[in-house]
Design a protein around this ligand. Structure first.
Ligand code: ATP
Ligand code: MG
Length: 550
């Protein structure tokens, strides 16, 4: 990948240290999503970190599905995650499923029992909570803690064979009920769940807990640096305990960093799933969603997301990233790549009364003036055009320089036109404007006779394409108040649909093509709803923002 050197950060420094000291010859990282939803921009941060770190030091990265909780997992999510990682520009060295290690994990559980380090417990979940103690009080040992090794082996076997109902028994590690770290107070290793698994079917009715499964998965794959988010910091002693007591050959090191949080978003698969299931949005890939699929459909590019992740960096300090920073990176990426064009979102017809009827001419304009290599495009001009409704005012305030009765403006790439007359319907809406044009003022002709203050965009009414523009605003409104549910912060008007017209030269656009519409911003042709009959554009971002990168 181009420019593979990632900015210095504390994790990179650990890796450099480990390579220099000879602790590792090669580093191996992994991205370990649970397939219980689509990936979001927070996951993108973790993906970039793991893949770019390994690639910079010529190491490896595995994509591993952490599929140990069959209730919430689904192959639809497995497929979407693979697609998203690839789309972001990364290639995994190995594709693994944690569920393929269930046999090994079970053997390790038996090993723990044999070493006197695990026991089968019959306490109910409520009792277990009671016995657990609090941050200030030690817990109490389970009355089942001293079962014999033989009894524990038999009970675990029976758990595995389906002799008990969900929740009747669990396998627990035997560590220390008085530990100041609650995670070390005899945590659960296996639970009973009579649920079909997307990979192992009905083979298992006991499933390993995350804290037990994850360190084993990492060790089995020889992961050297197991990077996770800060909420697992307190789990690290347990992670190390399982690696040691299960006598794993490889010893991975868990390193925690701060998760990405952004303004105007929710960043949890559970909440995002709720937005989908309760129809607040049009699926996981709704262009307002902070999912990778949503950002892609909105029109973000992999480069913009990678550059954003680089800029936000990696640290242990919590911070809230401004959503506008992500927008900054898509503007930067599209500035030179996206063709410029004109589109009228809310059209009003203008008749140029002194332009000959049934005539038309071809004007040329740069496809992207900032990138001359992209060449020119042709735009037709004739007696009838559309302009933006907001570009005309019957009775304008002082500093309004666009079209109004008696005023002259420049039509971008065309001529000066002057408004002489306008018409209204019974409700007072403007229906048509009559102008005259001055042939001397043709764009590119070098005309210097007089100046006008306003320039507006337009499309040729006889030679244009109808289309739909979808303009988005934040789906989630940030609020200081505590609300019962984040759903109370969902915006009521995060989508505005407008029907307008675009230049005829755009008739062959394909889904995911991106354009800069003059004055309106960057737009992307929608993957789901755009068709030959009707092109649908998603606005990615407007042209300007007050946001500045420090
Ligand atoms: P969620 O709460 O959204 O479901 P998760 O952490 O449970 O997130 P996983 O599928 O378990 O989701 O995560 C896969 C990897 O992505 C983990 O290593 C996790 O630490 C990382 N990750 C998840 N959310 C973020 C975030 N907001 N910022 C950075 N990394 C994240
Ligand atoms: Mg999770």
């Amino acid at each position: 990948m181009e420019n593979s050197n990632i900015p210095s950060n504390f994790i990179k420094n650990i890796v450099i240290g480990d390579l220099e000291s000879g602790k590792h010859k090669e580093i191996i990282t992994r991205f370990p999503p649970e397939p219980n939803g689509y990936l979001h921009i927070g996951h993108a941060k973790s993906i970039c970190l793991n893949f770019e770190l390994a690639s910079e030091f010529k190491g490896k990265t595995n994509l591993r599905f952490d599929d140990t909780n069959p209730v919430k997992e689904d192959t639809e999510y497995v497929e979407s995650i693979k697609e998203d990682v690839k789309w972001l520009g990364f290639e995994w060295d190995n594709l693994y499923f944690a569920s393929n290690y269930f046999d090994t994990m079970y053997e390790k559980a038996i090993l723990l029992i044999k070493k006197g380090k695990a026991f089968v417990c019959d306490l109910s979940p409520e009792e277990m909570r009671e016995y657990r103690g609090t941050l200030t009080e030690p817990g109490k040992e389970s009355p089942y803690r001293n079962r014999s090794i033989e009894e524990n082996l038999t009970l675990l076997e029976k758990m595995k064979n389906g002799d008990y109902k969900d929740g009747e028994k669990v396998l627990r590690a035997k560590i220390d009920m008085a530990s100041p770290n609650l995670n070390m107070r005899d945590p659960i290793i296996y639970r009973i769940s009579h649920t079909e698994h997307h990979n192992t079917g009905s083979k298992w009715c006991i499933y390993p807990m995350y804290d037990f499964a994850h360190p084993l998965e990492d060790a089995i794959e020889g992961i050297t640096h197991s990077i996770c988010t800060l909420e697992f910091e307190d789990h690290r002693p347990l992670y190390d305990w399982f690696v040691k007591e299960c006598e794993m050959e490889a010893v991975p090191q868990q390193i925690e960093f701060a998760r990405l949080n952004m303004t105007n978003t929710v960043m949890s698969k559970r909440k995002l799933k709720q937005l989908v299931d309760e129809n607040y949005v049009d699926g996981w890939d709704d262009p307002r969603m902070p999912t990778v699929a949503g950002l892609r459909r909105r029109g973000f590019t992999p480069e913009s997301i990678r550059n954003f992740c680089r800029e936000i960096g990696v640290s242990k300090g919590h911070s809230l990233v401004d959503y506008r920073m992500l927008e900054h990176f898509i503007r930067e990426d599209l500035k030179l790549k996206a063709p410029r064009t004109m589109g009228v979102l809310d059209p009003i017809k203008v008749v140029i009364t002194n332009y000959p009827e049934n005539e038309s001419e071809v004007l040329t304009a740069a496809i992207n003036p900032e990138n001359p290599e992209m060449g020119d495009r042709e735009i037709t001009f004739s007696r009838e055009i559309y302009i933006e409704r907001e570009d005309f005012m019957e009775d304008p305030p002082k500093k309004y320089h666009r079209l109004y009765p008696g005023n002259e403006v420049r039509l971008r790439h065309a001529y000066f036109v002057k408004c002489n007359e306008f018409f209204k319907d019974e409700e007072g809406n403007i229906t048509e404007i009559h102008c005259t044009y001055d042939p001397e003022t043709k764009s590119g002709s070098g005309f210097t006779g007089r100046k006008v203050k306003g320039t507006i965009h337009w499309v040729d009414a006889k030679n244009c394409l109808p289309c739909e523009f979808r303009l988005y605003d934040s789906l989630i409104l940030d609020s200081e108040e505590e609300k019962e549910s984040f759903l109370e912060n969902v915006s009521e008007d995060s989508l505005i649909i407008q029907n307008g017209y675009i230049e005829k030269n755009m008739e062959n656009v394909k889904p995911q093509d991106k354009f800069q519409f003059l004055r309106h911003g960057y737009f992307n042709v929608d993957i789901k709803h755009s068709s030959e009959e009707k092109i649908v554009f998603n606005r990615i971002v407007s042209l300007k923002s007050s946001f500045r990168i420090k």
